[in-house]
Ligand binder design. Structure first.
Ligand code: ZN
Length: 478
């Protein structure tokens, strides 16, 4: 075995059995790409497809290579093998699929209308479409190749959510993907991601589902199902992504990463519908109509499904803005008025009074009350898990960071926000109505904003309603 092959093994974490079968061109060291199987690898695929494997051609290898040049490390770790088969999946009309039995393997259909050489290379397309000129044939080949790349990345995203869920606590949903499907490098990578984002209760049925449903509960997204259209406001990338949580992840990932392949094509339309709607909206700020999609896409970026470049390309001018320092930041309109940033502390624990898992963020600082400067304490308490999901979790370890949207109620119940003034009790302010949007959350960074809709001074001689500041952001970073 040459040193190049050794380098390839260490960067791509190939299963030994498949390295022996590898016969194609050797990739440069440092470029990650999964192995492309051929007919000799029948034992490595699900039995029903064993006799349908085609011998991969140069264009197949090139498309796999291109896909994983676009895709970040998580997808590359999750996908160890790609196979092209003469079949169209269980539905009979699928370009790509994965199986629960071998979740690190991607199947791509190589039937005449999908990823067959005849459908991918201009010289064959020219014979089939004699009326098209050379430029049109090249366009058609490029479009068909882009569809294959999109499919490979879509399936790699499925492999990746399975890989992350292989590191969850088995007790929460009574099962998990077997981590032994992946090599030790992929498992260690996934464990880091799971630890850093507190995903012990799982991603797919756990945090991803919970996050989306926080928006559904507030009328800021719609549930998964067959309904079509209205994608950005629904919180989805494409109609197919809106059908179920797993394809929601896969479609967001694939279109965020691959839509640019269509930029110079006259044929074919990318289905990054929510990205297109965000950029066309003329808005640069987060609100009820785009927050669900934005926060879900930010979560995928944090987890490593998509790159920052892909995130920025999709979201265009829309972004979350905050003062970058630790603590709470009070705004009047777009103007930053004050930071409450001393003794910032964040805790996940059980609120025994209300019997809920909660996240609390506290900080101290100073503010004005009349013409006096007084000490102030800001506190935010968010209810982390709700309903049936909450009953499945046994320890604070299994509870994730806050993410998504929370409705404020009167303190001290979760979820609530308060500004206490220890030396001037009548200056104490409680939010009695409002929303909290937690945009990003990991062990490294938690950030979001509070939009209070009503405040009360509970200890004023006569409790009086109070006009709230327009926005308070919060930042907690390591
Ligand atoms: Zn899918």
């Amino acid at each position: 075995m040459s040193t190049t092959m050794n380098a390839r093994m260490s960067t791509c974490r190939l299963v030994t059995l498949l390295v022996a079968a590898f016969s194609g061109p050797v990739l440069a060291a440092g470029l990650c790409a999964p192995d492309v199987l051929g007919p000799d690898d029948a034992a490595a695929v699900d039995e029903q497809y064993a006799s349908m494997i085609i011998r991969p051609s140069e264009v197949h290898r090139a498309l796999v290579k291109k896909s994983f040049e676009i895709a970040p490390d998580l997808l590359c770790h999750a996908t160890e093998r790609v196979v092209f088969v003469q079949h169209a999946g269980e539905s009979g009309a699928t370009m790509g699929w994965t199986s629960h039995a071998i979740p690190d393997l991607i199947y791509i259909s190589a039937l005449p209308k999908t990823a067959s050489v005849r459908n991918l290379l201009p010289e064959y397309l020219a014979r089939a479409y004699g009326t098209l000129d050379e430029g049109q044939i090249d366009q058609l080949a490029a479009k068909n190749q882009a569809e294959v790349i999109h499919s490979i990345i879509h399936e790699a995203a499925h492999s990746a959510h399975h890989l992350l869920d292989s590191q969850r606590d088995e007790g929460v949903f009574d099962s998990k993907p077997d981590p032994e499907h992946w090599d030790s490098g992929a498992r260690a990578y996934a464990k880091d991601v799971v630890d850093n984002h507190r995903l012990k209760a799982g991603l797919l049925e756990g945090e991803w589902t919970r996050l989306h449903e926080t928006f559904v509960a507030e009328g800021m997204a719609r549930g998964w199902g067959p309904e079509e259209g209205n994608l950005l406001a629904g919180g989805f990338m494409s109609d197919y992504g809106a059908t179920k949580p797993s394809d929601d992840i896969a479609e967001m990932t694939a279109w965020a990463l691959a839509s640019y392949l269509y930029d110079n094509l006259e044929q074919g339309e990318p289905e990054d519908m929510a990205c297109q709607a965000l950029r066309a909206s003329g808005s640069d700020s987060l609100g009820g109509g785009n927050a669900a999609f934005y926060v879900k896409l930010a979560f995928l970026e944090d987890l490593g499904f998509i790159t920052r470049e892909a995130f920025d390309r999709c979201t265009g001018p829309v972004e979350f803005t905050t003062h970058p320092a630790q603590g709470f930041h009070v705004y009047n309109g777009s103007q930053h008025k004050r930071t409450i940033g001393e003794g910032v502390r964040a805790v996940i624990g059980e609120d025994t009074e209300y019997d809920e898992w909660v996240f609390t963020l506290d900080a101290d600082g100073q503010g004005n009350f009349g013409d006096k400067t007084i000490d102030m304490h800001f506190g935010l308490k968010l209810k982390l898990v709700d309903g049936h999901f909450a009953t499945l979790l046994d320890s604070a370890d299994e509870v994730s960071w806050p993410r998504g949207v929370y409705r404020l109620v009167r303190p001290n119940a979760p979820s609530s926000f308060w500004i206490n003034a220890p030396d001037e009790k009548s200056a104490t302010l409680w939010a009695t109505k409002g929303l909290v949007l937690v945009i990003r959350s990991s062990n490294e960074l938690i950030e979001g904003s509070i939009v209070p809709q009503a405040f009360l001074r509970p200890f004023a001689p006569i409790p009086v309603p109070e006009i709230p500041p327009t926005r308070i952001t919060f930042v907690l970073s390591k």
